[in-house]
Design a protein around this ligand. Structure first.
Ligand SMILES: [Mn+2]
Length: 380
């Protein structure tokens, strides 16, 4: 692996030296690994006194707090352009380096259409390549490595380029993102690289600070989750989430998805979050751990998805209660559920019997005439 990276280092050096200008492209929907590795690559190129540009099309307002922090600082240190500006900076013998991405549809389309105009293209990535990947003899794709930031840190070591405190933080942030803070895809080498960056001045606290959630957004989603009702249908449990207090609250489909995701670990076959997503538009986001055919349910509402996550957009209504009722009716149909093992059915039925004789938390909703337990789980 190290030998491969050494080979790549030699190629990179000769390509940089032969280039007029260098353009670095991280993937769209930029994340901490992409912006960190783009910054590190820009640092390497600037050590060769080459004019270097990082191409980012994402609107800063759409970035999360941590990405925005690194992006803003990176834009102060390096030349950041959008793909629309690319043409005016182009010269002959320019090279393009993609970082944390190899697939054509994950880079700005304006860059994709001009791929053939670059004298050389280099790809540095840790994602599996496929038929949609950019073809280049100068690629280094290593899916064994935790992150592109880990690769960049190794490259900088091979080049003997010093890493300052800010860059150390940016690179460690990328490693943290892709390893879920060193909890996955982490081996001895990753830890060594992390330690190296910490010695260069990155602190765990500084990096953790980049992972803060947006408080307002978090409160909004939590408030939506407060409206969850847990509906037991025979042996199945489903969570339906909606804002009964303020049914007109505007949500994004991502917020609905976040709310549905949140409920999944609580022994439900599926969770559905319903909310207004636009004028006369209601969104439903559905999640399942595998017990329910949520795609089939979302099909009824004109939506779709895959076996674990699905969604629908319903037009010409903003009546959350109406959609909830329609959904509850569908959820009573047995054929939307996967069959459970007899042992599990027995266990659930026993628990139901035990609970029904003691519980006073069961209420009958007048609208539906079905059993609804507010914020209480059937099988605990
Ligand atoms: Mn990555």
């Amino acid at each position: 692996m190290e030998k491969n990276l050494k080979d790549f280092k030699a190629i990179l050096e000769s390509r940089i030296k032969g280039a007029s200008r260098i353009f670095i492209v991280p993937h769209l929907n930029i994340d901490l690994d992409a912006i960190g590795s783009a910054s590190g690559m820009a640092e390497i190129c600037s050590c060769f006194k080459k004019e270097t540009f990082i191409i980012v099309d994402d609107a800063p307002s759409n970035m999360n707090v941590g990405v925005r922090n690194i992006f803003d600082a990176s834009a102060e240190r390096y030349q950041m352009i959008s793909s629309v500006e690319l043409e005016k900076y182009r010269q002959e013998d320019d090279i393009l380096i993609t970082v944390d991405v190899s697939k054509k549809d994950l880079i700005p389309s304006k860059v994709e259409v001009s791929l053939s105009s670059f004298s050389k293209i280099l790809v540095l990535d840790h994602h599996k390549s496929d038929e949609h990947s950019i073809e280049s003899a100068d690629s280094h794709i290593d899916i064994e490595t935790s992150s592109t930031c880990e690769m960049i840190t190794r490259l900088m070591k091979l080049f003997g380029i010093s890493i300052d405190k800010w860059l150390a933080k940016a690179l460690l942030a990328g490693i943290f993102l892709d390893t879920n803070k060193l909890k996955k895809n982490t081996d001895e080498k990753t830890l060594e690289i992390a330690a190296r960056l910490i010695r260069r001045g990155a602190t765990i606290q500084d990096v953790n600070d980049l992972f803060v959630e947006d408080f307002e957004n978090d409160r909004k989603v939590q408030h939506l989750i407060d409206g969850a009702e847990f509906v037991p249908y025979h042996i199945h449990n489903v969570a339906v989430i909606y804002n009964h207090e303020h049914p007109d609250t505007l949500y994004t489909q991502a917020e609905l998805a976040e709310a549905a995701d949140y409920l999944l670990p609580y022994k439900v076959d599926a969770a559905y979050a319903i909310g207004v997503i636009g004028p006369d538009q209601i969104g439903i986001s559905a999640r399942t751990t595998g017990g329910m055919k949520i795609v089939d349910v979302m099909h009824v509402f004109g939506g779709g998805g895959n076996e674990h996550s699905a969604a629908a957009k319903i037009l010409e209504t903003s009546d959350v209660f109406l959609i909830r009722e329609q959904l509850l009716k569908l959820l009573r149909q047995e054929d939307f559920y996967f069959v459970k093992s007899t042992a599990l059915v027995e266990e659930v039925e026993n628990q139901q019997r035990a609970e029904n004789s003691t519980s006073d938390a069961v209420v009958i909703t007048p609208v539906e005439g079905i059993l609804v337990k507010e914020k209480k789980f059937l099988a605990g």
